[in-house]
Design a binder for this molecule. Structure first.
Ligand code: MD3
Ligand code: FE
Length: 217
């Protein structure tokens, strides 16, 4: 008997990949949390639905957003800020479900940042064509804490630049269940997401959801 050359033997992607100092991809790290995670997200979105924010420059973002946790990131014509109140509902953001907190803190610990306790979870929804232009995340006061990001649904091309906007970004494919931890020297790099390619995901359908966990203060 000869071996079947097309047989799948596990995942060809290494479980752990360092993009730069302080930036590590943990492939499939969120998969064991999925069964609890997805219903928790559905409940959040019922309370604080996705909406398209307006940038201070007056543009409507193609990515739709919501938040959970004590603080949420918002943008409006007056600027960017973290706010404890959802401006659409006038009520606090939905609390961060324990499964989200556990996932974020376990992933941060795996990347060498123990004791990560996020105050905010920004939830981004991409439909085919939606994108996020190159930007830095600098509305937080504590750059010593990492940011943990979780990708769900359709795969995306993540753009990883440098400390200057003009640095040519490298491209990484992020798939359902992949988690990235950004800290240390990589915390202030320019990054973005290329326009989402069309497709259909078995669990989430025609969309990509990204969670970013942040310590703000
Ligand atoms: C690198 N989100 O919400 S996650 C964002 O896929 C954001 O929705 C993207 O950029 C998304 O701000 C990318 C990966 C990510 C998140 C935060 C970072 C990379 C980062 C902060 C600093 C450096
Ligand atoms: Fe960002």
């Amino acid at each position: 008997m000869t071996a079947d050359p097309f047989e799948t033997v596990g995942d060809a992607r290494p479980p752990r990949q360092t993009m730069a100092e302080g930036a590590v991809i943990l492939r499939g790290f969120a998969r064991p949390f999925e069964a609890e995670l997805i219903p928790a997200l559905r409940a959040i979105v019922k309370q604080s639905p996705f909406r398209h924010l307006i940038t201070p420059g007056g543009h409507r973002m193609s990515v739709a957003m919501t938040n959970c946790g004590r603080l949420g990131w918002v943008s409006d014509p007056t600027g960017y800020r973290y706010d404890g109140i959802d401006p659409e509902s006038g009520a606090p953001w939905p609390p961060m479900p324990p499964v989200l907190c556990r996932l974020a803190s376990d992933a941060a610990g795996e990347a060498g940042f123990s004791g990560f306790a996020p105050e905010a979870c920004l939830i981004n929804r991409y439909v085919p064509g939606a994108k996020l232009s190159l930007h830095q995340d600098k509305d937080e006061l504590d750059f010593g804490a990492p940011i943990v990001s979780v990708s769900l649904g359709l795969p995306a091309t993540f753009l990883f630049g440098g400390l200057k906007r003009s640095d040519t970004p490298r491209r990484y494919r992020l798939e359902h269940g992949d988690v990235v931890v950004w800290g240390g020297a990589s915390r202030l790099v320019y990054h973005g997401v290329a326009p989402l390619a069309d497709g259909e995901h078995g669990v989430l359908g025609r969309q990509r959801i990204n969670l970013t966990f942040r310590k703000v203060r």
